[in-house]
Design a protein around this ligand. Structure first.
Ligand code: MLT
Length: 311
């Protein structure tokens, strides 16, 4: 009898294949390339993706015997979950695999922006020893506003509390008492915008969160604001951020995610006070291993007709 076929459509940790074991035929393709993806998905039982592969209605329609879409990460915004469910295809993800890594990158971007790490590094390697030009600011005793106090937002809050920051958060789904237990004061978005010296966004991308931090919101922030988005591109409107930086209404930004990815040319790249990375939040050995193993286990269970527990 032939083995069920698992298509790995992106670079995943080697632990993924190990965790799948010998019971599957493993195929690979470049899922970001539609001309490769559409024929490759036609006759597989499961597909494993990160964020570059769009498993949309078209891809699902091309899949003749697909049973599982496995997202080796948290966000499901590159999978049409509704279309998958309608076609009887199960969607699984690894919701806790990379939360520590994502939180650590947000903190890294915040520190890098506050201390001009990227431009100082570039200048020094260019032969310039400029100390006063790159005078930064401390996080200590500043107020950080966390937008979205979910799994990652909480980890960021804990880490920044340890830096001696005052932590406030906006999250309509979290109760004030629960936040207070973590030493976090829940506020409205407007209050957060008015009070924050630093701000970090930790929301999923949904129709409600798209453009949540736009022109109107950036008009309300302090001019010393350091804004970090390591969640999803588009939650902070890139044009509005560009204008605010240009007009000096935002001091600096750390940007890991873009409205359209891959993004190798953004107007934001013109600013020395923007530190940018190519969607690296989940890109650690640890997170990739955890994500790969988690989705491999879910695929094994799903393809053998067993219940897939919520992670
Ligand atoms: C996530 O949603 O977990 C990340 O975007 C994962 C990734 O970068 O692959």
């Amino acid at each position: 009898m032939s083995k069920p076929v698992v298509l790995i459509a992106e670079e995943l940790s080697p632990a993924t294949v190990e965790a799948l074991g010998p019971d599957f035929e493993i195929r690979r393709c470049n899922g970001a390339d539609r001309a490769e993806l559409l024929p490759a998905i036609a006759d597989v039982d499961a597909i494993l993706v990160r964020s570059a592969t769009k498993v949309d209605a078209e891809a699902l329609a091309a899949a003749q015997r697909l049973k599982v879409v496995a997202r080796a990460g948290v966000g499901l915004d590159n999978v049409d979950v509704k279309a998958a469910t309608q076609s009887g295809v199960m969607v699984v993800n690894a919701p806790t695999s990379n939360i520590v890594s994502a939180a650590e990158l947000a903190v890294a971007l915040m520190l890098a922006a506050a201390r001009h790490v990227a431009p100082a590094n570039a200048a020094l390697k260019d032969g310039e020893w400029k100390r006063s030009k790159y005078t930064g600011i401390e996080l200590y005793e500043k107020t950080v506003g966390i937008v979205g106090l979910g799994r990652i937002g909480v980890l960021v809050a804990q880490r920044l509390s340890a830096f001696g920051m005052k932590v406030i958060a906006y999250d309509p789904y979290v109760q004030a008492g629960r936040a207070a237990q973590m030493g976090v004061r829940l506020v409205t978005l407007d209050d957060l915008l008015a009070e924050a010296d630093f701000m970090s966004v930790h929301l999923p991308k949904t129709p409600e969160t798209l453009g949540l931090i736009g022109e109107e919101q950036l008009a309300k922030v302090k001019p010393n604001l350091v804004l970090v988005n390591a969640a999803r591109g588009g939650i902070v409107d890139e044009h509005a951020l560009y204008v605010a930086l240009k007009e000096g209404r935002v001091a600096a930004a750390g940007v890991d995610v873009f409205a359209s990815e891959p993004c190798t040319d953004s107007p934001l790249f013109e600013f020395e006070n923007v530190v940018a990375t190519p969607h690296l939040g989940a890109s650690t050995d640890e997170a990739q291993e955890k994500a790969g193993i988690a989705v491999a286990k879910s695929v094994r269970l799903a393809l053998s007709g067993e219940l897939v527990p919520d992670a």
